[in-house]
Design a protein around this ligand. Structure first.
Ligand code: GRG
Length: 267
């Protein structure tokens, strides 16, 4: 039995929306490999739950101290810090139950996917990226340093979504490597577009103040490369992502469209 306020806090952030990019990637990979995507639904929910936990905790006053997320007041603004922390904790632990309790997966699949998710999100993955990002505040980073932080902070979970789709679809080790490289490129492209949107202001429609990351004293791609340079880098990574897909002998049109979506998205 989940206490009522905790349940409301969890539902508030999950139902606030979001692009559902990670679940869509996982299911699209499965379909590209000719597998039934229903088999990936609970793993897709697990990754979205874990992603939502990371956003709730990222918004806390002790972290990024944000007031708006997914176009709504952040979880701690509505429920208070203590409940927001617990809602995040609950979503993190629930994500592993979604995988382990999934009757559509065999024991080997559960083990592989849970292990991948744990490594991607854990202290050498997303949590490491968050810690390094906080430590780097105020420092001038090189492009390689910036890329390494983003690879952990946001890239690892995107890679996990794509590779988990491959695992559940029975992809070979060679194919999983190509999928991982595809995801790595779209992860970097995703971050560059996030930085560009912060300058061009399109995210204002969701309540994020223009330049908020810049005023946070963080290195961004446009700050390092200029706006045109950042756009060139964005296109280069999307092209490289598509190049990886071309190596696969599968119907990858939707995965190509998802790479294009990273460029065209306005929030
Ligand atoms: C607190 C352990 C911990 C980790 C937080 C993911 C993360 C690590 C922080 C998010 C910070 C941030 C806003 C990064 C910019 C890119 C990004 C990941 C945005 C949020 O992901 P979207 O755009 O969100 O997929 P939606 O709401 O669409 O699901």
């Amino acid at each position: 039995m989940i206490p009522e306020t905790l349940c409301k806090s969890i539902s508030y952030s999950i139902e606030a929306g979001g692009k559902r990019l990670r679940p869509v990637l996982l299911l699209a990979v499965m379909e590209a490999f000719g597998a039934k995507s229903e088999k990936g639904l609970d793993t897709a929910c697990a990754i979205e739950a874990l992603h939502t936990y990371s956003l709730i905790h990222d918004d806390l006053p002790s972290m990024d101290d944000d007031d708006i997320r997914r176009g709504k007041p952040t979880n701690h603004k509505v429920f208070g810090e203590a409940i927001a922390i617990l809602a995040g904790d609950a979503l993190l632990t629930m994500s592993f139950s979604f995988i382990l309790d999934d009757s559509r997966l065999n024991a080997e699949e559960k083990m592989q996917v849970a292990s991948l998710l744990s490594k991607s999100a854990g202290p050498a993955g997303m949590v490491a990226g968050q810690a390094e990002d906080m430590e780097a505040e105020g420092a001038e980073l090189t492009k390689d340093q910036l890329e390494a932080i983003h690879d952990k902070k946001t890239g690892q979970l995107l890679q996990c979504s794509v590779v988990a789709g491959g695992i559940l679809a029975g992809a070979s080790a060679h194919e999983l490597e190509s999928l991982k490289r595809y995801a790595k490129h779209i992860g970097i492209a995703f971050q560059i577009q996030d930085d560009i949107l912060d300058i061009t202001g399109d995210q204002q429609t969701l309540g994020k103040p223009v330049g908020s990351d810049v005023s946070n004293n963080k290195t961004t791609y446009p700050a390092l490369l200029g706006l045109d340079g950042a756009k060139e880098e964005l296109f280069r990574h999307v092209a490289a992502a598509k190049h990886e897909l071309a190596k696969l002998q599968h119907e990858t049109a939707v995965l190509e469209q998802l790479a294009d979506y990273i460029i065209s998205r306005n929030h």
